[in-house]
Design a protein around this ligand. Structure first.
Ligand SMILES: Nc1ncnc2c1ncn2[C@@H]1O[C@H](COP(=O)(O)OP(=O)(O)O)[C@@H](O)[C@H]1O
Ligand SMILES: [Mg+2]
Length: 500
């Protein structure tokens, strides 16, 4: 048997107060795409930085082609053919694309940089990653997705045999991500070996040849191609079963709280949507990208007012023209992009938690400083928000805890209907489970919950009932008993139409 291309044996790395890696091993075959997954803090980035020569291990071995190598710095790693695309990209903003690709290795002519040749050669690497831009373009003018492709082109220009990507899709749009996957598949078919670090299990399932799972600085297990599925990955990441992961318990739903009648969103005015959500019911909204899920929530909440139809909340008809009207009627929306719309990152936990209440009750002005302190303390406790104190600025909290602050802000209004858009996007698995538990608690208290999710497991795990949208139309409704991945996909892709 030939040795694997890259082999890591028992790496140990400590930082003051933390053992980030406690003897981690992995191996990578030629032309293979190995996904490395694990919860936040599992040690993934530390391992990748060691392979890229950015950090040095305390002990352990790294072998390439069966020969032990010392990676003392980034140059050693590059010389060995290992390149890392960092989570935060590493380009020089003030230089053009070609200069970034050849930074430190510029072709010279008569002692000066041969710009013409550099740009000519840059073209061939840009072509390899499918990026159609002039090599003389300043990188600061490119989108994040394109900057990332420049980084990959740069890695190819140093002949990287092992390309490591650390959470490469975390700041990409879904379109940019799709393009990146194409480039990745293409590189693999040309013999480049890849280590792909990601949180997003859907893309891991779509891309990986093998999966290595880290948990708490240790190897938690490996999955071969045929074993890669969501529940196995989650089980290894969290060390427990998926059935225990979703705390869902069936409840007897109460009265209809939200009744939507022939609602027409601005994005898909040709389709009228009608459905109900009862007290204590958790209704999932599934669909592919572009199905109109966010637009539905935004129409209900008056962000982008509907062009037709009404809804009834506890019997009162309304067609909100603004979030203010929706809030007054008992609705709350936790938006998908919490950084843009959900919290004010520069403000403290307490101010954020009280924000929605203060705005609504402005006219009455009855939330005193002590009232605020109490409300905030209650929310921090109820949501188990991990923060040293509630005067902490929100941007220093983890993603999961920021999301809990957004939730808390809306829960302070005691809404009758809670709208959640991708409630667990970008939060780690521990915080995910806490958000699920919270949804359950709210449903137990009689709140009607409508949540949009792109994660199949979340729709299947958390919904009492699911609505499936396809290109703006309500393609179908599935009761919990009828919920399955196949049934959802069937409706989401519009294939029931084709069959008819
Ligand atoms: N430079 C550093 N200094 C101190 N602690 C660090 C440093 N880098 C990482 N850590 C700690 O090491 C652990 C693993 O972190 P990391 O490798 O970034 O995990 P992951 O990428 O899986 O989220 C965490 O507890 C983290 O706080
Ligand atoms: Mg990381």
């Amino acid at each position: 048997m030939t040795a694997p291309l890259l082999e890591v044996r028992k790496l140990i790395k400590s930082f003051p107060g933390v053992r980030a890696l406690k003897g981690v091993s992995l191996s990578l075959g030629r032309g293979e795409l190995l996904a490395v997954i694990g919860e936040n803090g599992a040690g993934k980035s530390t391992l990748m930085k060691i392979l890229a020569g950015v950090q040095r291990p305390d002990s352990g071995e790294i072998a390439l082609d069966g020969t032990t190598v010392e990676l003392r710095n980034v140059h050693d790693s590059l010389r060995a053919g290992i390149a890392l695309i960092h989570q935060e990209l590493n380009l020089a903003d003030n230089l053009d694309v070609a200069a970034n690709i050849f930074l430190g290795r510029e072709p010279l002519k008569g002692g000066l940089i041969d710009t013409a040749r550099m740009r000519r050669e840059a073209r061939q690497f840009l072509e390899a990653v499918g990026l159609v831009v002039d090599p003389a373009t300043l990188v600061s003018t490119l989108t994040i997705g394109h900057q990332q492709l420049v980084e990959i082109a740069k890695a190819l220009s140093v002949n990287a045999r092992v390309l490591i990507m650390d959470e490469p899709t975390s700041s990409l749009s879904s379109h940019e991500a799709e393009n990146l996957f194409k480039v990745i598949r293409d590189l693999r078919s040309r013999g480049v070996s890849l280590v792909y670090v990601s949180h997003r299990l859907g893309e891991v399932r779509a891309l990986a040849d093998r999966v290595t799972v880290l948990r708490d600085g240790e190897n938690a297990g490996n999955l071969e191609k045929t074993e890669i599925d969501h529940s196995r990955m989650v089980k290894l990441m969290v060390g427990r079963d998926l059935s225990q992961f979703y705390p869902h318990v069936p409840r007897k739903p109460g009265e209809v709280v939200l009744k939507v009648e022939r609602l027409q969103t601005r994005a898909h005015p040709r389709h009228a949507l009608s459905f109900e959500v009862r007290a204590g019911e958790i209704v999932g909204v599934a669909g592919l990208v572009g199905a109109g899920r966010t637009e539905l929530l935004e129409a209900l909440f008056g962000v982008l007012p509907a062009v037709g139809g009404v809804m009834r909340i506890g019997g009162c008809a309304l067609a909100p023209r603004s979030p203010k009207e929706a809030i007054a009627a008992g609705l709350a929306l936790v938006p998908e992009d919490r950084k843009k719309q959900g919290v004010i990152l520069e403000m403290a936990v307490r101010e954020n938690l009280c924000l929605a209440r203060l705005r609504r009750d402005q006219r009455f002005g009855f939330l005193s400083p002590t009232g605020m302190a109490r409300l905030s303390a209650d929310m921090v406790a109820a949501l188990r928000i991990k923060t040293p104190h509630d005067r902490q600025v929100v941007q220093f909290l983890s993603g999961g805890n920021q999301q809990k602050v957004v939730l808390g802000k809306w829960l302070a209004l005691k809404p009758k209907v809670l709208l959640l858009d991708e409630p667990t996007r970008g939060v780690d698995i521990g915080a995910k489970q806490e958000i699920y538990r919270l949804m359950e608690e709210l449903a137990d208290q009689g709140v009607a919950i409508l949540f949009v999710s792109s994660e199949m497991e979340e729709i299947l795990g958390m919904s009492d009932r699911a609505l499936v949208l396809h290109e703006g139309r309500l393609a179908g409704e599935l009761a919990r008993g009828a919920l399955s991945e196949e049934a959802v996909m069937h409706l989401a892709t519009g294939s029931e139409r084709l069959a008819a």
